[in-house]
Design a protein around this ligand. Structure first.
Ligand SMILES: [Zn+2]
Length: 205
């Protein structure tokens, strides 16, 4: 049986100092880490909060994805939308895949789950076919919103330092890429998915 929140907290504090700070992590020593270890401190671990605060779209809150018009859509079909998340950021391109219906990952019907698997492959393929993009990282967290959203992070070619998990942090540290180039790349991915998978590319501004 998994540890209860209180047991997990007690277990974690076994390695922490009097303020609840754990020692430096293995990841901080990776060659891909964006921070130098000198002067870096782990924040104190907070005690568990139960029940957890609701995510957007649950606990009586309306779902933003179901009630507001989505901006930045670059491709859609009858069941899915693929969109840029807002202004450009440090990664050359970030895209998010949403079902049109209100489902989380664990409640997605089997037919949509099958389609999502193929869409993830086609989207990653279209991103990796862009010039100067080495990899499409794919992630589902689901801790902010109850409406399923799958992230694609385009990792630029030539930067072994951006390999792996830390790239989401590098995205935040790097200056935003030019918006027009980001949008051109997003539109190219939409057109590529229309060709290879179907649905419709949408011209985002
Ligand atoms: Zn929703």
């Amino acid at each position: 049986m998994p540890l209860s929140p209180e047991e997990f907290y007690a277990h974690a504090l076994e390695t922490a100092d009097a303020e609840g700070r754990m020692p430096q992590s293995r990841m901080a020593a990776w060659s891909t880490a964006p921070f130098e270890n000198d002067g870096l401190h782990v924040v104190p671990l907070r005690s568990p909060e139960l029940p957890e605060p609701p995510r957007n779209g649950e606990g009586g809150q309306s779902c933003r994805n179901c009630t507001e018009e989505m901006e930045g859509v670059v491709w859609e079909n009858s069941d899915w939308r693929l969109a840029v998340p807002g202004p450009a950021s440090g990664a050359p391109l970030i895209l998010i895949l949403f079902p049109k219906g209100h489902f989380d990952l664990s409640t997605l019907p089997d037919d949509l789950a099958s389609e999502m698997g193929r869409l993830i492959v086609h989207t990653a393929g279209a991103i990796e076919a862009l010039p100067h993009i080495a990899r499409s990282h794919v992630a589902r967290y689901g801790d902010g919103g109850a409406h399923l959203h799958v992230f694609f992070f385009a990792r630029p070619e030539g930067f072994a330092q951006f390999r792996g998990t830390w790239f989401a942090v590098w995205d935040d540290l790097l200056p935003p890429v030019p918006e027009a180039i980001r949008n051109d790349d997003a539109r190219a991915v939409g057109r590529a998915i229309e060709r290879s998978f179907g649905g419709h590319a949408v011209a985002c501004e």
